[in-house]
Structures are given as C-alpha cells and as structure tokens.
Design a protein. Structure first.
Length: 236
C-alpha cells in the first residue's frame, strides 16, 4: 500500500509499505543516521496522535492513502555532499520511496472531488464512473482549478478506487445489526467485544473502529444503488 509522509524540512514522500512495517522502519527510510541519533528526537504523527517507534502501521489503522506528519528539525551533515543512510530494515519488507510529491492529499480534497462526482451524477452523468467520457475529464479539470494542483487522470483514478473500496467496507459496517452510526461525529458505535468479533471476519474494517468518515453521505450518492442516491438527493 502507499502512504505519504509530510514534513517541513525533509520534504514530502510517497512510500510503498506493508502493514507490518513499523514506525521505526519509516524513520530509517526517510532520515539519515545522524539525524536519527540526535535530539530533539524526530516524531511521526497520524490523525493528531504521536506514533510509538516500535509499533506497526497496522496498530494505528494506517492504510492506503494515509498521511503521516514528520516533526523533525534540520540536521547538518559532516560534509556538504555526505548523506548517511541507515542500515537496511531487518525481518520485514524494505520500504520503497516511490515518489517525492510536491503536494500531498488533504482531507479537503476528498470533499472537493466527491462533490464534483455528485454534481456530475445529479446532471444525469452516472456513466462518469466508467472514466471513458468527457465527464471524467471535466471533473479532473475542475478539481485542479479548485485546488490549484496539477493531478493527472491516473492520480484521481487511484483516489476514486480508494473511495470505492472504502464504501464497500462502510456499507457492510453500517448494515451490521450490532453496530450503530453516530451521524454527528460520523463514526461507528459498538462495544469492544462486537468490534473484535467483526474484525475477525473483515480485517479491513479495523481502521474504522475509531476513524471518522465525514463524507460518507457523498460516498453513498456516488456508489449506492440508483434508487438510493435519488432518494438522498430529493431529500436535500
């Protein structure tokens, strides 16, 4: 899966990782040895939480598309051209740096992209989901104009596929008899015992044990059955 790390001094990274990789693995992939060993210690944060170095990405519900924030001051190397990299990760798959993106996906981008998809659906252009007509290109153009970014079709396709997967997980969660949905906080309400049992059958649901999904209504319009989203639109 691909995650992103955003930092002020060390740039932005797109990383190919596995859920078993640890927070330490991320550190040693993007920071040189010298900086890792000096105070103040680098910190990684996800959804406002400080991540403990020995724990795995899975422990924090970090999944495809997640954004981590690196708090780390600059470090002066011994020579201008020297860059010391840490030892290889042992016992787990090495993390691969796939890109150094100029921009990282933000929560506000979800609202904009899904809003544009809903706009197309309301215009009777449901076939936008096939990516094979001018409607999709129109969405990409409007998205880039609204965000002042330069995402290509393929990048927004990847985000769309993430939404589709997320909708499938959330749809099952919302229809599970022992779960309830807090519409104000946009989170699932259930006992720990219920969650533990449910995750045994669907491990992909684990991140949503605590994650809020503020755009779930938009997901239901985009991916729900035709009758379902027509009712939602008429009630607005």
């Amino acid at each position: 899966m691909k995650i992103f790390v955003q930092s002020e001094f060390y740039g932005n990274y797109a990383l190919e990782v596995e859920s078993s990789n640890t927070i330490e693995d991320v550190f040693i992939t993007i920071l040189p040895i010298g900086r890792l060993k000096k105070d103040p210690e680098p910190e990684l944060h996800f959804n406002g939480d400080l991540l403990e170095i020995e724990r795995s990405l899975a422990d924090y519900g970090i999944q495809d598309g997640s954004i981590l924030h690196l708090e780390c001051t600059r470090w002066s190397f011994r020579t201008a051209n020297e860059r010391e990299w840490p030892n290889k990760i042992l016992g787990r798959k090495n993390i691969i740096i796939t890109d150094r993106p100029l921009a990282i996906w933000e929560k506000e981008h979800d609202k904009i992209l899904l809003g544009l998809l809903v706009e197309q659906i309301r215009s009777g252009k449901k076939k936008i989901l096939d990516f094979e007509n001018d409607s999709w290109h129109d969405v990409v153009g409007k998205f880039n104009k609204a965000t002042c970014l330069k995402y290509e079709d393929k990048h927004l396709h990847e985000r769309f596929n993430f939404y589709k997967c997320e909708y499938g997980i959330l749809h099952n969660i919302k229809h599970y008899p022992e779960f309830s949905w807090d519409h104000q906080r946009q989170v699932v309400i259930a006992t720990d015992a219920t969650w533990n049992e449910y995750i045994k059958g669907d491990p992909n649901a684990k991140p949503y044990r605590r994650r809020a999904v503020p755009y779930i209504d938009l997901l239901e319009i985009v991916f729900g059955e035709k009758e379902e989203w027509k009712i939602m639109i008429s009630n607005e």
